[in-house]
Write a protein that binds this ligand. Structure first.
Ligand code: B12
Length: 215
């Protein structure tokens, strides 16, 4: 199987919610020497995108959506240790406090961002999902962070990103931290509107932006 075929079977297995096939395909890809990040980027994320589209046009429903997230995580459990090995020796670039904003339970993109930031040399403190605005600021104070990174996937929770920036402004220390926003619901226009310091559409762009912000 060549790379392109492997990416397709990985995508198809995720869309079919076929955990056994997905785990086998992902393991075969690694054995064939394909980079775990490429498997995520070109196989698993396109699969998740299709699932999102199917959910939107009501071809599948919440139980399938939840199952897809669970299966995605099973495959990540195989890929993640391989990715981490590559980043273990890096010099630290900066400290990041990361989380998904209040009311929002989506974690997949945040977890990918965390992984990519860590293997790029950032020290990442992940607060998880459904995080209160003040919890971000408290953690940033505690660990002397450079960046607060806020993920939001729902249009209804996007406001949680603005809340963090406003809380910092009200405390008179907006300049203490660089605030980055992202996740499926965020856009560059939104980031500009709330005066965030950085936005990126994907995790690679986010790492580039974070690197610029700390240098
Ligand atoms: C999986 C999934 C779920 C899973 C989440 C499991 C988990 N552990 O994450 C479950 C089943 C729990 C779920 C629940 C819901 N979901 Co949902 N979900 C999805 C789905 C299919 C994939 C999301 C995902 O992981 N994408 C892949 C990741 C990699 O993308 P990402 O998060 O955008 O992250 C990338 C970038 O944005 C960036 N990034 C991420 N964070 C950050 C942060 C910063 C600072 C930066 C710079 C960059 C960055 O890097 C990442 C990698 O490149 C999407 C559809 C879609 N196309 O996105 C719907 C989707 C997000 N969900 C949706 C909805 C409606 C819901 C529910 C309300 C459904 C319901 N009726 O209950 C609930 C809400 C629950 C809640 N309170 O949060 C809608 C949102 C619509 C909207 N615009 O508001 C979507 C778009 C589906 C749709 N098309 O209708 N969901």
């Amino acid at each position: 199987m060549d790379k392109g075929e492997l990416f397709n079977v990985v995508k198809d297995a995720l869309v079919a919610l076929d955990q056994d096939t997905l785990v086998t395909d992902v393991s075969e890809g690694l054995e064939a020497g394909i980079s775990p990040l490429e498997i995520i980027e070109n196989g698993m994320l396109p699969g998740l995108k299709t699932i999102g589209e199917q959910f939107e046009c009501e071809e599948i429903f919440l139980p399938e959506l939840m199952q897809s997230a669970m299966i995605f995580q099973e495959a990540m459990n195989i890929l993640q240790p391989e990715i981490e090995k590559a980043g273990a020796m890096l010099k630290k670039k900066g400290v990041v406090v990361l989380g998904t904003v209040k009311g929002d339970l989506h974690s997949i993109g945040k977890n990918i961002l965390k992984l990519l930031m860590e293997i790029s040399g950032f020290d990442v403190h992940d607060l998880g999902v459904d995080v209160d605005p003040f919890a971000f600021i408290r953690k940033a104070d505690e660990v002397n962070a450079d960046i607060i990174a806020l993920s939001a996937l729902l249009t209804t929770t996007l406001v949680g990103q603005k809340d963090v920036i406003e809380a910092l402004e009200e405390q008179g220390r907006r300049d203490k931290y660089k605030v980055m926003v992202g996740g499926g619901a965020a856009t560059q226009a939104w980031a500009d509107k709330i005066k965030a310091d950085g936005y990126a559409e994907n995790a690679y762009g986010a790492v580039e932006k974070a690197t610029t912000l700390v240098s």
